[in-house]
Design a protein around this ligand. Structure first.
Ligand code: GLU
Length: 556
């Protein structure tokens, strides 16, 4: 450093003329929290730069449960300092997406224009003055400096580094403005040359630092020696500079974030040190991965629709099911816990960071489907109806119109095989409900693609006519079945599978084939829930119309 202490202090005044507050003034505004030791203060800090990723929900869910477990404070902070990548309504998307999953915050951004807490502002772009106070402090101490290098110059440096096979970046001897004289800096300022503020790194890349990550355990990384940018030329801070300041002022317990940041942890530690802040612990969550061939890869924003939170919302995945799955991915012990505590709220689960997958957890949409199916099978018809109604109001006009105009009928439909021994498990998400309704509504039924039966028409006609002759709506399920048995016997279909297997040639087929004709004629499908119950819900008139319609229109 060739600038004297006095020169650095002059430089700080020159660059930050408008900054009158000191770091002490700022600290006074952000008192330490008065909490019990076990009460955690965590934050989820997304950037509104794109759609909400299921990995965001995964990370946020972890913070939510950990803070709730400890009766602590969960904060939503918006990191919107990358103005070029910011998308419109990005904040609303984040808040709404997380709310959909029942992840609610105690402090920070709670909605559009709505915040809570005394540690704000909670949107980084509104905290620029705070960052400038700390940047000024660093410049005055010779720990940060203005850099006027243009894009072209930086590109040139990179080329030379590549040619010489040296590490690329702005550091050490390559950092042209690191030790510039006050005079030369003043000249550029007079010319109004755009500049950034960089860290004056004191690290040595050849030296190692060891730290204990809350998830990954011991990690060894090289010290930072990059003079990284702290304030960009547009005046906004980089993530590297903003998060140590925010996490310190907001009195966060530790940082839970995606492991794409692990490699910059040495830089962050150096910034904490330069700012004379107490170092914070980090827990780096590994990304959600997808199986591909023999290997696995990160769940991709572009290639995998299931990476988008909107995918779950639009298709009406039950949030409880998705959350259960994510907790399974986080701690594999969750499934055992769930088995033992089938009715407990997930907030009672003791989530452990050290049990998180360290390398990259596999994310499997088929498993989500299974969990959701299981979950929905535990609901009552009324609950399924309510959830589906709420979802469809926004996402499926057709479903909504049926559900809202035919409430009783729909609840009866959804109640088929929902009680008793065999519980139906054919609904994964609310958008599947329409397929369940289809066969029960004539207007939907007409347009449905129907399954066919492999049996000559005359025989089908005979079976259906016999069924129509004896069909009696008040019959119990066993009376109804006995009538089908009777039809089978009269037409030489076997009603005893052991007998049938002995000599199939003696029969035209089995009783199941007879039931299949009646099933397809009534519903257009080869697979349905219990046909007796289906008919009871449809009502006698509709059943007769369907069967007659099939005889008249489908059979030749
Ligand atoms: N804004 C950063 C991101 O979205 C946050 C990382 C963190 O939680 O510290 O990746």
């Amino acid at each position: 450093m060739i600038r004297t202490e006095q020169e650095n202090s002059m430089l700080a005044d020159l660059l930050f003329e408008d900054v009158v507050e000191s770091r002490e003034d700022i600290f006074k505004k952000y008192p330490r929290r008065k909490l019990e030791k076990e009460q955690l203060v965590l934050r989820f800090a997304p950037s509104p730069t794109g759609y909400l990723h299921i990995g965001n929900v995964y990370t946020a869910l972890a913070g939510y449960i950990l803070t709730k477990n400890s009766n602590g404070v969960f904060i939503l902070r918006i990191e919107d300092t990358d103005k070029e990548r910011e998308i419109e309504e990005g904040i609303v998307q984040i808040v709404d997406g997380l709310k959909y999953f029942g992840i609610e915050f105690d402090e920070g951004v709670l909605g559009k224009g709505k915040t809570e807490g005394i540690y704000g502002p909670y949107i980084q772009s509104e905290r620029v003055e705070i960052y400038r106070v700390f940047a000024k402090d660093l410049v005055s101490k010779g720990l940060a400096y203005p850099c006027f290098a243009t894009e072209q110059e930086l590109e040139e440096i990179r080329k030379q580094q590549e040619k010489k096979r040296e590490r690329t970046g702005y550091y050490g001897k390559w950092a042209k403005w690191r030790d510039a004289s006050l005079d030369s800096i003043e000249k550029e300022l007079e010319k109004e040359t755009p500049y950034v503020i960089r860290l004056y790194s004191r690290g040595d890349f050849k030296k190692k630092i060891e730290c204990t990550d809350l998830i990954k355990g011991r990690v060894t990384l090289s010290q930072n020696d990059m003079d990284s940018i702290l304030l960009k030329s547009d005046g906004y801070p980089t993530y590297h500079f903003a998060h140590p300041i925010d996490d310190t002022l907001m009195d966060i317990s530790y940082v839970l974030r995606g492991d794409e940041w692990l490699s910059s942890q040495p830089l962050h530690m150096e910034i904490f040190e330069a700012l004379e802040f107490k170092q914070l612990d980090y827990g780096h969550i590994s990304p959600l991965m997808k199986k591909e061939g023999e290997g696995k890869r990160k769940l991709s924003k572009r290639r995998d629709p299931e990476s988008r939170v909107a995918f779950y919302i639009e298709n009406g995945y039950p949030v409880e099911g998705v959350k259960e799955y994510l907790l399974n991915v986080a701690n594999s012990s969750f499934s055992d816990w769930r088995r033992l505590n089938p009715d407990s709220d997930i907030l009672e689960f003791n989530l452990r960071l050290e049990k998180f997958n360290k390398a990259g957890a596999l994310f499997d949409i088929l498993k989500i489907n299974n969990i959701c199916k299981e979950y929905i099978s535990t609901l009552s018809a009324q609950q399924v109806y309510n959830y589906a109604l709420e979802w469809s109001e926004k996402y499926s006009e057709q479903t909504f119109s049926k559900l809202s105009n035919h409430r009783e009928y729909c609840i009866n439909i959804l109640n088929i095989e929902r009680e008793g021994e065999r519980i139906r498990k054919d609904i994964v998400k609310w958008s599947d409900v329409l397929t369940q309704l289809e066969i029960f509504f004539d207007d939907l039924f007409i347009n449905m693609k129907k399954d066919v039966v492999e049996m000559e028409d005359n025989l089908q006609r005979a079976i259906l006519n016999m069924f129509l002759d004896t069909y009696y709506f008040e019959d119990s399920s066993s009376e109804w079945f006995n009538k089908i048995k009777e039809i089978a016997l009269r037409n030489n279909f076997s009603t005893d599978s052991t007998e049938y297997i002995k000599d199939p040639s003696k029969y035209r087929g089995r009783i199941g084939d007879v039931a299949m004709v009646i099933r397809v004629a009534t519903t257009g499908r080869r697979q349905t829930p219990d046909l007796y119950q289906v008919m009871q819900v449809m009502g006698e008139v509709r059943v007769r119309e369907r069967l007659q319609g099939y005889i008249n229109d489908v059979l030749m």
